[in-house]
Design a binder for this molecule. Structure first.
Ligand SMILES: [Ca+2]
Ligand SMILES: [Ca+2]
Ligand SMILES: [Ca+2]
Ligand SMILES: [Ca+2]
Length: 278
């Protein structure tokens, strides 16, 4: 049950022209072959040809507090208050540049044990290690929705020991897995849907076993060629475009995971599918 004033997470990528003087604006979020802008994706159905001109965009995250039934003065479901988190707002101390922070977001529960919910936030065009390899930020929140501290996870930060390649888009999707390995700390699934395991852009999902400080204790990659995945993927299937925890679907005591693959063409045309990885 939501309470009035409870932080409810809503990722809202901001899409608007930004004055050139705004240091937080980013621009030209396009690859040579495909725009990465969410608005363009939705509008164009993921065109494989360039969409131009690329617009100037800024990304941020809003934590939105919703009213519920006992709130005397507000209609249920309306916004009571909100807290913006961006490079210079809401206590966030990291450097974002044009990394599309807020592309994905998931609650981790209380990762560090201070009684306040913490977040995982994807930044898919982060350039740590190489162009558009991507990153995930772990945000340790205060009760008012501001950021107490943050931990970056990328190929070069946060203890991540895996290998990413340019344009993998690590962080495109994030989902809490609960405590998968039983060490008492929440673990995280992270999609990298343009990973090239098997063939171009087949995609991958990384399982990150976290420490309470938000760093990675160890990781396991799941792709057509890694992690015991028995399915077949084809080029551009984009496995990992979305991920969602299913709880324990098959009753073996281990959390199961749904993974979306956008461009899978089973049935003769492109349509999505999901499969469980555990
Ligand atoms: Ca916490
Ligand atoms: Ca764990
Ligand atoms: Ca790729
Ligand atoms: Ca299970």
């Amino acid at each position: 049950m939501l309470e009035s004033g409870t932080a409810f997470v809503a990722p809202i990528p901001m899409r608007h022209p930004v004055p050139a003087a705004d240091p937080h604006s980013v621009e030209v979020l396009c690859t040579p072959n495909r725009t990465l802008s969410r608005s363009s994706m939705q509008a164009s159905g993921w065109r494989s040809s360039p969409v131009s001109p690329c617009s100037t965009m800024a990304f941020a995250l809003f934590l939105v507090s919703l009213a519920w039934a006992s709130a005397p003065s507000a209609q249920v479901g309306t916004v009571v208050s909100e807290q913006k988190i961006s490079e210079a707002v809401g206590g966030f101390g990291g450097v974002l540049g044009g990394s599309q922070f807020g592309w994905s977001v998931a609650s981790l529960g209380d990762l560090d044990g201070d009684g306040v919910t913490d977040l995982a936030v994807g930044a898919i065009t982060d350039n740590d290690g190489g162009t558009f390899q991507g990153a995930v930020w772990i945000l340790f929140l205060n009760p008012d929705g501001t950021v107490a501290s943050e931990q970056k996870i990328s190929e070069t930060a946060g203890g991540f020991g895996g290998t990413l390649d340019p344009s993998d888009l690590f962080g495109a999707s994030v989902a809490s897995l609960g405590d998968l390995d039983g060490d008492g700390v929440t673990d995280l699934a992270v999609g990298a849907y343009r990973d090239d395991d098997g063939s171009t852009d087949q995609g991958a999902v990384w399982i990150l076993f976290l420490n309470p400080d938000g760093t990675v204790a160890s990781e396991q990659k799941v792709s057509e060629t890694a992690g015991g995945f028995g399915g077949t993927l084809d080029p551009s299937d984009l496995f990992g475009l979305s991920v969602a925890s299913l709880g324990d679907l098959d009753g073996d005591g281990v959390t199961d995971l749904a993974v979306g693959a956008l461009w899978d063409d089973d049935g003769g045309r492109t349509r999505g599918r999901s499969g469980s990885s555990f």
